[in-house]
Structures are given as C-alpha cells and as structure tokens.
Write a protein that binds this ligand. Structure first.
Ligand SMILES: Nc1ncnc2c1ncn2[C@@H]1O[C@H](COP(=O)(O)OP(=O)(O)O)[C@@H](O)[C@H]1O
Ligand SMILES: N[C@@H](CCC(=O)OP(=O)(O)O)C(=O)O
Length: 367
C-alpha cells in the first residue's frame, strides 16, 4: 500500500508543492533567494518531466520583517499584516525572477478562507489556477494575509495547501519544511525517530506533534491535520526537507509519505468536513452521538438536548457530544428557532411537514 503511495507521488501528474517560511526566510537574513532558486530548479525539473505544479509559498511575514526594521515575528495581527504586505511583494518578485531564468512566467494567487468556503469564489479561484496551468505559468499561492480579518483564517498554509490540492484535483501534495519528515517527537527536544510512512491513523499513536520554529506558524500538528485533510480527498502527501526538494520532487525515498484514504469523501461531504464555516452548534445526548458517529445514521430531533447560534436550514453546524466535544458536522434541515421547538421530541410526534431528520446522514461527516 505504502510503496504505492510513494509510487503515486513519483508519477503524479498534478502536484501542489507547499514551502514553509522556515525554508525560505530567517529572522537574521530575511528572504533567502539562493534557497528559493534551488526550489525553483527542482520544481522546473518536475514540470519539464511533464507534471503540472502549483506552488503554495509561505514566507511573506518573514520576508517583510527586516525591511520594516522588525527583529522578531510580531504577535499582533496588524503588524503581521503590515509585514506580509511588504514581504509578499518581495516574495512574489523573487519567485518571478527565479522562474524567469527558465523563461517561465509566474502568477500570484492570494486566497482567503472564504474563497475556498464559498462555492462561487471557489470556482473563480479554480478557473484562474486552471488557466494559469493551461498557459504554462506557475501559480504562486499564499493566504491573502492583509485582508484576513481574524488571526490567520486558514490557520496556516499547510491547510491552505491541502485545500488547494483538493481545489485543483491534484494527485499529490508535497510539504517542504525545515525538518526532513515526521518524527515520533519534536526532534529539537532530543532523541526522536523518523517515521517514513503513515498508512493509517494508528501509525500516529504516541506521536507528539510539537510547535513550529521562530518563523513557522502551525508546527507539526498543522502538517498532520493538512495530511489528514488531503488524505480525505484522496491525495497522497509527502513531508520532506526543503533542502531535499530535488529528491522529493524526483521520487526519491525521502521524508514521510502519508497514504490517502481508500475512498475519497464526496465533494459535498469534503466541503462540510473541511471547508465550510459553521454557523452554530447542536448538542447531542449519548445515544445520538452513537447513532451518528458509530452507526452513520441521520440525526433526529429526539437526540438533541440543546441548540446554540442563529442559523438557518442549509447552514453547516457542529454536532457536539456530552462535554462539549465536537463529534461531527452536517448541513442542518431546520432553522435554529424551529429546532428549539422540536428538540427532544420523537419524529413521529412532530407535525407532518416537520417529520424529517434534523441532519440527514448524507449531509453528515463524523470528525
Ligand atoms: N513530531 C515532530 N516531527 C517533526 N518535526 C516536529 C515535530 N514536532 C515539532 N516539530 C517541529 O516542527 C517544525 C516545522 O513546523 P513549522 O516551523 O511550522 O514549519 P514550516 O515553516 O515549514 O511550515 C520543525 O522545525 C520541527 O522542529
Ligand atoms: N501567509 C503567511 C503564512 C504563514 C504560514 O503558514 O507559515 P508556515 O507555517 O511557515 O507555512 C506568510 O506568508 O507569512
């Protein structure tokens, strides 16, 4: 199975390559154009071998610090956004200059979480990326940091990269970082062993995914959840060191390979699980949690003990188990005010026009 994961990454026709801040920038030197050139060399080689590549490049905040006289990664959003606006210009310019060595044009694509969550923008972004590919240009994607209204809406670019892989229907996602793969513990904290292959969630038992470096955002936890997200959409993932980019992109046996799930989630359930914002919560009793999580049944009004948020039929809501634990997400079939009226009641006791599941099994994804 895993041999085939590496084989499918090696032979992938459409690839998303995500490059972390730590691979492109440092606090002292800012943007490292030499390292960026080596990455562009490896990407160009893969494109010349016949693959389409979309680049998700972090590093805007890191590249913007020195020009603004800042010596550490800012904590507040406004300074981060100011740094990103300065750094993004430098970053995009550096990618453009680097690929120009090969006569290759780049296009900058800045996305917000909404662009992925809302279906109309989703399609616009998809069309732009597709047309850039058709015109043999390389898309350089980053979060649109300066308009992200709350602290990094995607959370981090690992998640953005996995969503972009889904968006463009990629066959592989390659995450390049300053670490050469997943270890069973944070390698900066002493003895840790590299895990070459992750085939199932059990392979992650006991793994401690720690925080990132001085310039990174999500650390290993965000890479693991991005790998899970990509796996759900059927995309295999390779996590490797940016310094091994040439090997990673040419199919060498480096880093950690994550197998995709055998059957990918439908586009609708993928959207419910990963892309949509939730508008409220339904609180479930133990029996309802068992029904929706273990038995994959629809959620009925009888198992709901509470409702919060002001949502409408058609919105995505979180399903919370006892102890406020999120157990699933789904598209709700009633407004919040209607659910207040029917919660705890059996479906057959409801008026005829309300006798339907609150969340249908087809619209529900366990977490
Ligand atoms: N279990 C682990 N395996 C590998 N690296 C880990 C682990 N836990 C924490 N890390 C740290 O995560 C860092 C990579 O995350 P981050 O700095 O966010 O990277 P990037 O900038 O590439 O997104 C590595 O430098 C490493 O020290
Ligand atoms: N949009 C931000 C990305 C921050 C981010 O996710 O960084 P990383 O964890 O290094 O991928 C930037 O360009 O600085």
């Amino acid at each position: 199975m895993l041999g085939s994961t590496r084989e499918s990454i090696a032979s992938a026709h459409s690839i998303v390559v995500k490059i972390g801040s730590s691979a492109l920038t440092s606090l002292v030197a800012g943007l490292d154009t030499h390292r960026l050139d080596l990455l562009a060399d490896a990407i160009e080689a893969r494109m010349r071998a016949g693959s389409d590549v979309v680049v998700v490049s972090s590093g805007a905040v890191g590249a913007g610090l020195a020009p603004l006289g800042l010596t550490k990664r800012p904590r507040d959003l406004a300074t981060k956004q100011a740094a990103a606006s300065v750094g993004q210009l430098a970053l995009a310019h550096a990618w453009g200059t680097s690929f120009a060595r090969y006569g290759r044009t780049v296009g900058q694509v800045l996305l917000t979480a909404d662009d992925i969550a809302r279906r109309t923008q989703h399609r616009n972004a998809q069309r732009t990326l597709d047309r850039l590919r058709a015109l043999h240009a390389v898309a350089i994607v980053n979060e649109n940091d300066t308009v992200a209204t709350t602290e990094l809406r995607f959370g981090d670019n690992d998640r953005l990269a996995a969503l972009v892989a889904h968006l463009v229907g990629a066959d592989a996602l390659i995450l390049l970082s300053d670490v050469d793969g997943l270890y069973d513990g944070d390698p900066r904290k002493g003895d840790a062993t590299l895990i070459p292959e992750v085939n199932s969630p059990e392979d992650l038992d006991g793994v401690v995914a720690g925080s990132g470096g001085a310039l990174g955002t999500g650390g290993m936890a965000s890479k693991l959840s991005a790998a899970r997200l990509a796996a759900d959409s059927g995309v295999p993932v390779l996590l490797a060191a940016a310094s091994d980019a040439a090997q990673a992109l040419s199919g060498a046996d480096v880093g950690t390979a994550f197998a995709p799930r055998p059957t990918r989630l439908s586009a609708r359930r993928f959207w419910v699980r990963h892309a949509a914002d939730t508008s409220g919560d339904l609180h479930l009793d133990e029996g309802a949690v068992r029904a929706v999580v273990s038995k994959r049944r629809s959620l009925l009004s009888a198992g709901i003990v509470g409702v919060s948020g002001d949502f409408h039929a058609g919105d995505v809501v979180s399903l919370m188990g006892p102890g406020e634990k999120p157990v699933a997400r789904g598209v709700v079939a009633f407004d919040a005010a209607e659910i207040e009226e029917i919660l705890g009641r059996s479906t057959t006791d409801l008026p005829a026009d309300m006798q339907r599941p609150v969340v249908h099994a087809d619209d529900l994804v366990a977490l």
